[in-house]
Design a protein. Structure first.
Length: 94
């Protein structure tokens, strides 16, 4: 199992004015048969919320998604069983 953590602010500069953010991860078969992506973003100043996540173009299963309004955070967890094997595959958080 591999866990990949994504965190950041919600500013347009951080997301490059887009509705998504890309990261890369290499899976040479050594990460096992489960990939978990944990996402936290600061919703200030807007109310951006993570809705989907893909790895290597394959949609990941949402396991948890909550707005922590008191903390101004959106937190989400996604899982993928048997993730694709390859070099620099893209994790896309929308």
């Amino acid at each position: 199992m591999a866990v990949f953590e994504v965190s950041g602010t919600n500013s347009n500069a951080n997301w490059n004015g887009a509705n998504y953010k890309n990261y890369t991860l290499t899976n040479n078969g050594g990460i096992g048969n489960v990939l978990v992506v944990y996402v936290t973003i600061n919703k200030n100043p807007t109310s951006r919320k993570v809705t989907t996540c893909t790895y290597g173009g394959v949609t990941m299963t949402p396991m948890y998604n909550i707005d922590r309004n008191g903390l101004v955070l959106n937190m989400a967890v996604f899982e993928l069983i048997n993730p694709p094997i390859g070099t620099n595959l893209t994790i896309r958080v929308n």
